[in-house]
Design a protein around this ligand. Structure first.
Ligand code: GLV
Ligand code: GLV
Length: 327
């Protein structure tokens, strides 16, 4: 008999085909609506695997409810929706999808940076509203990108891919990271800075750290105060890394010039959230990895991780590799 797996959202057919070959598949087949908690808890009771996305909290309650569970496979690089320590305690590998979304996420990060600096959203609205009366010297003027200083916080794969794009724009590249990256320093002429110095010197501050207890609200009042009044803050990592009240105040009071945000503390963000009322915020609904090709690849990789897990094989990418070293 095939083992059961629970898929918490509609996924591309290509990924579903992989799962169906090896497992009895339950799918919460909705594009928009997350699986209701009670249905998730009910469906995992006899499941060997869970294919999860960022909207599901996979915590002790879920693990308790799923005595046959062998693997959780998250269709994301970040796994902050999963209680990783609890999974590890139970010897359950957690799959994720690093690598394949790196370039796509860097593309969007750069698109957001450019849209914010050059006021693209304002400009599109301006023309649609019939406000374009004449060419005018300072109409819709924004910030220079070419030659500006970019400060990348979090020099992982995505940070490096953003730095590559920045190099193409002849930007001066600063970075802050837990460990130095001599390879990136050499190849892209990136310079390491302590966080405070990076914030002071950068025209663009781009946040690309994962969400961990150490990065929780790492960008707060003190950090925004260090930035320049012409500076732009970009976040394509996780909303929890930012104190949104402090960001709002910094934008409102002109301590920084603008922000481009793909992620929020609470997602979906409330349409009445004060941040969305600001003209100098470009906001996107967490779409950094959302190209058709990349999202399909992520789903396929997550399906492969899941199948490996229920077969008792090592996953291609495990967020808690410690499970394999435990005795
Ligand atoms: C998306 O935010 C991801 O972690 O892949
Ligand atoms: C994710 O892929 C990262 O390491 O930045």
């Amino acid at each position: 008999m095939k083992q059961k797996v629970v898929v918490t959202r509609r996924i591309p057919q290509k990924a579903l085909d992989i799962l169906e070959k090896h497992a009895e598949v339950y799918v919460w087949d909705s594009e928009e609506q997350p699986i209701p908690r009670h249905i998730l808890l009910q469906e995992v009771e006899d499941a060997a695997g869970i294919f999860s996305i960022l909207t599901e909290r996979i915590d002790t309650e879920v693990f308790e409810q799923a005595p046959m569970l062998k693997v959780v496979s998250n269709m994301a690089v970040g796994v902050d929706n999963i209680d990783l320590a609890e999974a590890t305690r139970r010897g359950i590998p957690v799959g994720h999808t690093p690598g394949i979304l790196t370039e796509t996420t860097a593309d969007l990060t750069f698109a957001l940076l450019m849209a914010t600096a050059r006021r693209l959203v304002d400009a599109v609205q301006f023309i649609k509203d019939g406000k374009w009366k004449s060419w005018s010297p300072m109409l819709l003027t924004g910030q220079e990108i070419y030659g500006a200083t970019i400060g990348i916080i979090g020099m992982g794969r995505i940070g490096e891919a953003v730095a590559k794009r920045a190099a193409g724009f002849d930007m001066n590249i600063l970075y802050h990271n837990r460990s130095r990256r001599p390879d990136v320093e050499k190849q892209l002429n990136a310079q390491y800075r302590p966080l405070e110095e990076l914030l002071r010197e950068s025209d663009f501050v781009v946040l690309l750290t994962p969400s961990t207890p150490e990065t929780y609200r790492m960008m707060g009042e003190e950090q925004f105060n260090l930035m320049q009044p012409n500076a732009i803050f970009i976040n394509t990592s996780r909303g929890k890394n930012v104190d949104e009240t402090a960001l709002y105040n910094a934008l409102k009071e002109g301590k920084i010039w603008a922000a481009g945000l793909d992620v929020f503390d609470k997602e979906p963000i409330d349409p009445d959230h004060p941040l969305l009322s600001l003209p100098n915020v470009v906001a996107l609904p967490h779409i950094a990895s959302a190209s058709i090709a990349t999202r399909t690849k992520m789903a396929v990789l997550a399906a492969e991780n899941l199948v490996a897990g229920i077969m008792g094989e090592k996953l291609k990418h495990t967020a808690n590799p410690e499970v394999y070293f435990a005795t």
